[in-house]
Write a protein that binds this ligand. Sequence first.
Ligand code: PHE
Length: 368
Amino acid sequence: MNEDIPQLPSYDESSLDAAFATLAEEVRGETSSHVDAEAFRLRWLGRKQGRLKLISDAWLKSSPAEARKPLGMRFNQLKQQIEVALADAIAAPATSALKAGIDITLPGSVRAPGIEHPLLKTMHEVVAVFHHLGYSTALGPQVESDFYNFEALNFPPNHPARDTQDTLVLAGQQAKASRDRLLMRTHTSPVQIRTMIAEAPPIRIVVPGKVHRNDAADATHSPVFHQVEGLCVDTNITFSDLKGTLDHAMKALFGSGVKTRFFPSFFPFTEPSADVQISCIFCAGKGCRKCKHSGWIELLGCGMVDPAVFASVDEQRVAQGKEAAYDPAKVTGFAFGMGVERIAMILHGVSEIGQFYSGDMRFLEQFA
Ligand code: PHE
């Protein structure tokens, strides 16, 4: 006989009462804490091996005839109690999950609020300075055609930047005309062209974005980095406007104490072109290690939009059925471009560009 089946000492009323009270207590005990409803049902009501079936088989088999009725009544009561308990367990399924090991009384895991990555933060700060001057944001694709990245920006066909030494080009482009070949944009300047083809002046845009160059990574270079481009085109825009705008922007970014100075430079798409330096923010221009004892830090490129760029924009506009709108006799403009990493490194005293991309929480948490 199954040793799990309780013995019934005798069939008198008080023995029956005691035996069924023990069983009722057993059922209550199993359902007082969290219960897996299906396991409970199988254990008590299983057709062949259920406890109720085994016990009633054992007790009824040897029972005297007059004990059948009191036994049967008590089994029915017990069965009812089990069914009610089962219905309760099914109605509260969450308690089964608790049995499976989830303890809702434990403290929850803490999620620290996120912060902007220092590069994005810097990019947004630069963009915000120009938003306050009435500029709006324009964006363009990172996979760009030779036309927008070089040709329309007045790069001659054999310019070294067009070489795969400096530019990451996409595979399988040889069958296409040179201007249609795809590459990873090397600067945000192609968005100047895209915007002017789409819209007539006045234009005032800033273009934040990712750019790519076939450069080896070192302390200050990364093959993928970020720029913010600016373009302003209207009637009577002069080099003085360019100087005033960038002088204001540098003061807004680095503090009102910084000075700017403009050096002659060259870009195919601006004429004249200039490199802009700011007075060293670490030594206030006295000369230190950071500014290589010059007192100045070189920060961005800029210039007046080259008439050849306007000509190529109007050529596209006319080809698309739009009116020509960039007659260099009527409109002028300036453009500028700056590296976001370089600005962030100067602002926060970061000496390794790679720290921005490492995902090292000890570095990133300093910006929280
Ligand atoms: N596109 C240039 C660069 O990446 C920067 C620049 C932008 C210069 C606009 C002049 C005007 O170096």
